[in-house]
Design a protein around this ligand. Sequence first.
Ligand code: AHR
Length: 370
Amino acid sequence: MTVKTRVSQLIAAVSMLMLLTACAVSGTEGQVSSDPATETEEAVASDDKLIEVGFSQLGAESDWRSAHTESMKSQLTEDKGFRLLFEDAQQKQANQIMAIRTFIQQEVDYIVLAPVTETGWETVLSEAKEAGIPVILVDRMVDVEDDSLFTCWVGSDFKMEGMKATEWLYQYTRSAGIAPEELHIVNIQGTIGSSAQIGRSQGLREACENKGWDLMQEISGEFTQTRGREVMSSMLKLYSNLNVVYCENDNEALGAIEAIEAAGKKPGMDIRNGEIMVLSFDGMNPEALQYCAEGKIACIAECNPDHGKRIATLIHSLENGEQVEKYSYISEEIYSGSRDVTQLVLKGRSYPVTFLDSSEEGKVDFVTGD
Ligand code: AHR
């Protein structure tokens, strides 16, 4: 903790004590009430010590995103020392750029950015740098040449998520005696140009190339249930041999399942008997988890939205003048209702598959494999 921080905390604590005393006095019958002007001054003084954070969230397209927003809002609170200015960009980069410029004008202490896509950030991040405001990236990445334009990043290894889902598919089909050339896959991608889409699509492309799977089409479902349903419905009309759909998030998977069922087909793992296997990402929507336990979704590579606490800790460390990690990857699991694959080994590391059990009505249990 810096001397400056200690002193300002002391001043704030004294101000708070005075303010509490003043409130107690004014609230006591028969006592003289305190001067309202002094009260306002004291309130401002204690308010001043809050760390002002402008957070530009990219939108509210999925259940994951809502959970992410909730995680951030629940940690960047006044009782934890923050004043949060929150802006929802409704999936538009232009809105995010506008929000960042407003945060700069407001002279916030930190800007936190969850970028909708990776490119197009140089100018506005340079403006923040010139204004001396540290920028922390959360969830997705930006593609900039100069990495001093942001202080640090917290998020997921999206390509690894794709590798987990495809390795699970490889092991499952191999154990079921399904040959690689029997797999006919469609990828319902996320928002094109977002880190989550880039990493997950790349994971699938590489697996298709290495394993000899047929990747018939890649098409965006924009991370939403509605688009997932629409896109899947047209894919089913186009490809009668489609037997695996790789959905880049759970909302798309829920939409795809609606389309599969509406077309009179069955989502499931028995592709030899006409079922369509659904693979997905996220793992925090209760319906998707239930479907995974039942086998309607074959496997879900978790994407963990719980970034709030890490962001709060990072900001406190920066306030204390500490060095922070430039990149922090959040830990994530892989879920399936099938016990056929118990563990994945990727890049020399082993990942146990967490088994989802739905034996009790409406309740999903997580059982970690070995
Ligand atoms: O960037 C994370 C992705 O964005 C999540 O997988 C998806 O659900 C969200 O909209």
